[in-house]
Design a protein. Structure first.
Length: 102
């Protein structure tokens, strides 16, 4: 799995907070940090901090790192074996690509 330069959390922190019904002040309080440090926290790559953030936001850790795509609200993350070749499926587009290849 490729490690991204920036985590999904770095790029979409405010969207994730909104989805969880939190603002920066409530999130910083839940994280146990001063509100003025919340923007710096969004840039973290510290796994323990990301685990705590994922727990507060009620999303899997992988979502904070890689993001996720869904179909009708369902998260997709898995593998499909087609004729002995393994394909990673994380989005509707991945599924479409596999079907196109068949």
């Amino acid at each position: 799995m490729d490690v991204p330069e920036k985590t999904y959390f770095e790029q979409h922190a405010e969207e994730l907070l909104g989805n969880a019904g939190l603002n920066k002040a409530k999130f910083s309080e839940a994280m146990g940090i001063a509100r003025q440090n919340v923007l710096k926290l969004f840039e973290t790559k510290n796994v323990l901090t990301l685990i705590k953030a994922a727990d507060i936001l009620k999303v899997p850790l992988s979502t904070l790192i890689y993001g996720n795509q869904s179909i009708d609200g369902h998260t997709i993350d898995g593998f499909i074996d087609v004729d002995g070749k393994i394909f990673r499926v994380r989005s509707k587009k991945d599924l479409e690509n596999i079907l196109y290849a068949l």
